[in-house]
Design a protein around this ligand. Structure first.
Ligand SMILES: Cc1cc2nc3c(=O)[nH]c(=O)nc-3n(C[C@H](O)[C@H](O)[C@H](O)COP(=O)(O)O)c2cc1C
Length: 328
């Protein structure tokens, strides 16, 4: 039985389109949406069908992606002229129903919200070396404030010892992933016209200080060392939260997207290096030695770049269901 809308409301389509522009692990798009009644509200659900079962068995990264989609919905509701009212995990027995967004009285969007709305279609994940210009300290301060406003901490990793720790743990995790044929198969399935386009992975994954995911399998068969652009790695930053439940993952996702959109509005893009957070021992090391006991949720490199590739999304009409159907 298909529960997709035959004629979804225009507001619901607008919100689903905005939500679907969020980043997700390997472009898995682990979400679906429901319009509550006619213009009564909008629901964000996570879908196990799209989850990366080997890379993200507990669903943490899927919920972070849905949190990012939720932030886009909040911004898009503002564009419709309403204040979004968000209820996280509104149905205690249904952990896949992540958020309900209601529409409250009209308030004009703030200048920052308008800026982020315009940046939404321009934000892209970067992979490979960045341009030579550093991210200004004033912008990094603003990004920290944006993360804090969503209940997360954005920590810039600039001390050499801590940078070495992050670099080493990303490398150890990436090497472990490359040696695992099942994970490699999961990764390879994500590349293509409906996943991550091969052009978006054109740089060798070992071009930067922090190892990238080897989406195309170019680093696995040989020990050939590519040219490394250490200085072009960008500014390394770790997003963390005080606790580590579903609410915190949703908060992380909203903080992540707020940081990414504000950065994109200032011509700064992000590369993700989340590999060590997928291996509990390495994640615990980061928690102990880097984030002061907070739970690391996302590792990013921020920088300026002249070239990015767009990654396709499923059409919004396919993402909308009449009622939240847990089977999707
Ligand atoms: C929780 C999370 C983890 C991610 N981890 C990685 C990663 O390790 N390497 C990478 O290249 N991209 C990573 N990404 C980015 C996705 O690959 C990217 O969002 C997706 O391909 C869609 O492309 P876009 O962000 O350009 O729209 C991650 C995204 C999220 C939300």
């Amino acid at each position: 039985m298909s529960l997709t809308y035959e004629s979804p409301g225009r507001a619901a389509l607008h919100l689903a389109r905005a939500a679907s522009l969020a980043p997700s692990l390997h472009n898995s798009q682990p979400w679906f949406f429901a319009e509550e009644g006619h213009d009564h509200g909008f629901e964000v659900h996570t879908s196990d069908r799209q989850r990366m079962m080997l890379t993200d068995p507990g669903g943490r990264e899927a919920v972070i992606a849905c949190g990012a989609a939720l932030f886009n919905v909040r911004i898009a509701v503002g564009r419709l002229g309403f204040r979004p009212v968000v209820d996280l995990l509104p149905e205690p027995g249904n952990s896949a129903f992540l958020a309900h967004v209601g529409y409250a009285a009209h308030v004009p969007a703030t200048p920052d919200e308008a800026l982020m709305a315009r940046a939404m279609p321009r934000r892209r994940t970067h992979r490979g070396p960045f341009g030579p210009d550093p991210v200004p300290d004033t912008l990094l301060d603003e990004l920290r404030d944006h993360a804090r406003a969503e209940g997360a901490v954005l920590q810039v990793v600039d001390e050499p010892e801590k940078l070495r720790l992050v670099t080493d743990l990303v490398r150890i995790a990436e090497n472990a992933h490359r040696a695992d044929p099942d994970r490699n198969a999961e990764l390879t399935r994500c590349v293509g016209p409906y996943g991550i386009p091969a052009e978006a992975c054109r740089h060798h994954p070992d071009h930067t200080l922090l190892a990238g995911r080897d989406y195309l399998g170019v680093a696995r068969p040989s020990a050939r060392r590519p040219r490394r652009w250490t200085r072009r790695t960008g500014t390394v930053a770790v997003l963390s939260t005080h606790c580590d439940g579903r609410q915190d993952w949703l908060r992380s996702g909203q903080a992540l997207q707020r940081v990414l959109l504000y950065a994109a509005a200032h011509h700064v893009m992000a590369a993700f290096h989340t590999q060590p957070l997928e291996l509990p021992v390495l994640r615990a090391e980061l928690r102990t030695h880097l984030t002061g006991g907070r739970f690391p949720q996302v590792i990013l490199c921020l920088g300026r770049t002249t070239r990015t590739w767009s990654t396709p999304r499923r059409p919004p009409v396919e993402l909308l269901v009449r009622d939240g159907d847990p089977a999707r």
